[in-house]
Write a new protein. Structure first.
Length: 193
């Protein structure tokens, strides 16, 4: 899976930004809140955070917003090892989890994080025109939801057309099983969000 992530990102982004012999230092800014304003719960303040792992001193690099898997019930943000030191930024995201919240909170958090990245990656040297959204399993589901239904990003002042691409891995392409359970939908009934 990791090799597929790297291959897809490079194929879509035009490859590395620097030469192979060029030394690059990477920085990570951690625990950045991607939601702000009134009405945030303590859970939102603690969970709606992301990190920015980026090549310091480089410009116009591609960025991958990465959503972890875990069935929408568990997991934490991390930078996949296959994406480290590849000349790109990685923005791993935490989102709220079941049972503390229910759908569509997960998708809304994912959209807020993707919109935050589109609006802020240039501060780190990245190109807002080269932002990809990706994730594995539940993260792949969130990737598809954020990129294929314009209402989610629109709510946060962005549009899926601003994204360079979507790279979902092993993501549900029908309503996620956790969301089905929340709504009392039979697991074998084909329902698409």
């Amino acid at each position: 899976m990791a090799a597929a992530v790297v291959t897809a990102v490079f194929a879509l982004s035009g490859g590395l930004v620097m030469g192979a012999d060029e030394a690059v230092h990477y920085k990570t800014d951690i625990d950045i809140a991607y939601r702000s304003g009134p009405g945030l719960t303590d859970y939102m303040r603690s969970r709606c955070k992301l990190d920015v792992y980026y090549p310091a001193g480089k410009k116009d690099f591609a960025t991958v917003v990465w959503f972890h898997g875990g069935g929408l019930k568990n997991g934490n943000r991390f930078v996949p090892s296959a994406l480290k030191e590849k000349g790109i930024a990685v923005v791993p995201v935490n989102y709220r989890l079941h049972p503390k919240v229910k759908s569509p909170a997960y998708v809304d958090d994912a959209a807020a994080a993707a919109a935050w990245t589109l609006k802020n990656i240039s501060r780190y040297g990245g190109s807002a025109k080269r932002v990809f959204v990706s994730g594995h399993s539940a993260g792949g589901y969130l990737t598809s939801m954020v990129g294929l239904d314009k209402r989610w990003l629109k709510k946060h002042g962005a549009d899926p057309d601003q994204l360079a691409g979507l790279i979902p891995y092993s993501g549900h392409t029908i309503t996620h099983f956790t969301v089905r359970a929340e709504r009392g939908i039979d697991g074998k009934r084909p329902i698409i969000d």
